[in-house]
Each structure stands twice: as structure tokens, then as C-alpha cells.
Design a protein around this ligand. Structure first.
Ligand SMILES: [Zn+2]
Length: 320
């Protein structure tokens, strides 16, 4: 029994292996899988895939990020009961047009905020094209109840071990930067099942949405969005475009200021606990460092307004 899987917004197409309490979602999952297989087969046979019923819902631009190319309204979404502090990464297990049909139709029981085109050889837009399907202020139905209400969900076209293209990664990285900036989501990437309870926010793959025995989702035996999705590579792309890269040249005694809502940790690495997320513009003094860990440069900082000594990553600090 998974407590967080009940209530509205729980339609979950990755759920076909889950327990018997969610027969509706299991039916949806089965239908999705069948459709995905049909779409994939259609593409492979060169028969093409019709746009279907979502085309008449394409309307004037309501996209919220410049990197989103088109607004295609989804039917399934809910009023949020929580602020947005996470971005959840998914892959579709089906070709683009079929995925778009499913994510926008009411009877699928699922939706997502975004869908990113991955392949050049499937029907639909060019790789890197981004459709927005649900506005940020509504909860899309892409994960479990709590995660839906706390997150933005991004789907990426994928199926049959075909990998993720550079165009898809880069478009999604730009989108993530926009979403994170808009909602003050830390650009930290997690691969553990406890992060939504224990961390203040960041970016995770769907499989790490923690819901007890619902925590393992599968696409034809695979776990969304892995293994094809390379989260380390994606993190590099997101951060590179954010003007990161270090070289700020701090020294002990320098006064620094956070440029985002920035995690301060008990030690120089992502495995250390977060002491606090310091709001943008918090000033502190460099006390220690630099240390290199988890692909970041870390500095030990004293934040006098909190009387706390913590470690923060360099790229979101500037001289005050
Ligand atoms: Zn997923």
C-alpha cells in the first residue's frame, strides 16, 4: 500500500507493476504501454503517426519559458496544495506524437508540464522542440500525489534503448534553468529515494520520487528515466549554461553573497546534510576551502545572520 498514491492526480502510466489498490491507474498503464508499442511499430514501419485529437487544442502561446516552443493544453491537472521546489525528469517509453496524445487526453489519466522532442526520425517537430502542456501553477499528473503538487514534470521522448540526443538534453537543460530561476529551485541533482523528504528542492529522476513501495517504476523493465538518461551529463549542461564553472578566486576572510537560494551543508559534498537553504543575497565570510567534490568547488562559510558555519558550492557565490 502506498499512501501517497491515492487521491486525484495519481494516474500513473509507469504503474503496471504496482499493487492492487490502484486498478484504474494500472489500466491506464496498460493502455499507455500498448499505445506506445503501436506508435513505435508505426514509426519503424514508416507508416507515420497522425497528430490526433490534440491538434485542435493547440492555441496561442501561453508558454512560461522562452525555451518552450508551443502551447498544447493537457486535460489532466489539479490545483496545487504546495509550492514548487522540485523538477522531475521522465522519459516517455513511446514516440513523440503518441506521447503528446496521451499526455494531453483526458482519458489517459496522466499529463506533464512539458514534453521534449528527442529523435529526428520520429514524426513531429525537430529534436529539441519543447511543448508546454500544463501551466506551472497547476499540478500535472506525472508522478505521485505529493511529488505532483511540489514539482514541475518534464517528459522526454524515448523508447527502445534509443538513447537521449544532444538536442534533447540541451533543450531540456535550458528549460530547467528557466523553471529553476522562476521558482527558486536549487540547481542540485539527486539520485536517492529520500531526497523529497530530506532536501529543500532540486532535480530528480522519476524513479527517485519517494513513495514507499511505489518507488520503483518501469518502462518495459526499465526505470524512468534511467538508464539512458545521464543525470551527471545533464547536470553539467544545466550548470554550464548558468554561468557557473568556478574561478571566483575567493580567499579566507572574503565577504560573499549567495546568488540563488543556496544550500549550506555540513561538509563539502552532496552526501552531507543540508543545514539550511540560504536565501538569495545572504552574506557570509569565507572561512575554509576550496574543496572539490561531486563536481563542485566548495567553500566553508560563516553566515553571521544565522550564526552557522556550512559548506556551499562556489558557482552560486559572488563577492559581496
Ligand atoms: Zn516517469
Amino acid at each position: 500500500m502506498c499512501l501517497d498514491c491515492n487521491g486525484h492526480g495519481t494516474g500513473e502510466r509507469h504503474s503496471e507493476r504496482n499493487g492492487d489498490s490502484r486498478s484504474t491507474a494500472e489500466s491506464d498503464g496498460t493502455n499507455w504501454k500498448r499505445r506506445s508499442l503501436l506508435q513505435a511499430t508505426g514509426v519503424a514501419a514508416g507508416t507515420g503517426v497522425l497528430l490526433g485529437s490534440q491538434s485542435d487544442r493547440v492555441s496561442a502561446s501561453h508558454t512560461e519559458c522562452d525555451s518552450a516552443d508551443r502551447w498544447v493544453e493537457a486535460a489532466n491537472h489539479s490545483a496545487r496544495d504546495h509550492g514548487i521546489d522540485w523538477i522531475v525528469i521522465h522519459v516517455t517509453a513511446g514516440a513523440y506524437q503518441g506521447a503528446l496524445n496521451t499526455l494531453t487526453s483526458s482519458d489517459s489519466g496522466v499529463s506533464s508540464h512539458y514534453l521534449v522532442k528527442n529523435y529526428s526520425w520520429t514524426d513531429g517537430p525537430e529534436p529539441g522542440h519543447v511543448d508546454q502542456l500544463v501551466h506551472h501553477d497547476r499540478a500535472a499528473w506525472h508522478a505521485r500525489y505529493i511529488a505532483n503538487h511540489r514539482s514541475i514534470g518534464i517528459e522526454h521522448e524515448w523508447f527502445d534503448d534509443n538513447g537521449i540526443t544532444d538536442a534533447c538534453y540541451e533543450a531540456s537543460a535550458e528549460l530547467v534553468r528557466c523553471i529553476a530561476d522562476m521558482h527558486d529551485i536549487p540547481l542540485e541533482f539527486y539520485t536517492s529515494n529520500t531526497c523529497i523528504q530530506n532536501e529543500p528542492g532540486g532535480i530528480i529522476g522519476h524513479t527517485h520520487v519517494p513513495d514507499g513501495d511505489c518507488s520503483s517504476f518501469h518502462h518495459g523493465g526499465r526505470t524512468c528515466p534511467y538508464p539512458d538518461w545521464d543525470m551527471d551529463h545533464f547536470a553539467d549542461l544545466v550548470r554550464d549554461g548558468d554561468g557557473g564553472g568556478g574561478g571566483n578566486g575567493f580567499e579566507d576572510g572574503d565577504t560573499v553573497e549567495t546568488t540563488v537560494d543556496l544550500n549550506g551543508r555540513e561538509g563539502p559534498g552532496l552526501h552531507y546534510d543540508v543545514v539550511r537553504t540560504y536565501p538569495t543575497g545572504t552574506t557570509g565570510e569565507i572561512m575554509n576551502g576550496p574543496e572539490t567534490s561531486d563536481g563542485y568547488t566548495w567553500w566553508g562559510i560563516h553566515f553571521p545572520s544565522y550564526n552557522e558555519w556550512v559548506w556551499c558550492v562556489e558557482q552560486y557565490l559572488t563577492h559581496a
